[in-house]
Design a protein. Structure first.
Length: 85
């Protein structure tokens, strides 16, 4: 719920770092099942760090574009020590 609250007060974009890809996957599964991911998606465009290194540049460009161009902004989930950190 803290991230949902941050979506209400952070005007553009922000990044959430998680400790591992496995944990990131578990979080997304849980949030899908509870409806929290849908609620977050109504506030900001949700982006995830890609697992393939080739896709990192394009994913970061999409996130940056959404965060700066749209009124609602964007949210990027990334993994500490991953490809984007």
């Amino acid at each position: 719920r803290a991230i949902l609250n941050l979506c209400n007060v952070v005007p553009k974009g922000f990044v959430v770092f998680l400790p591992s890809y496995k944990y990131e996957s578990q979080v997304f599964q849980r949030w899908r099942s509870t409806g929290l991911l849908s609620q977050i998606g109504k506030k900001k465009s949700v982006h995830r760090e890609p697992k393939n290194s080739r896709d990192v540049e394009a994913a970061l460009a999409r996130y940056s574009d959404e965060a700066s161009r749209t009124k609602s902004g964007a949210l990027l989930f990334s993994v500490m020590g991953g490809k984007m950190s």
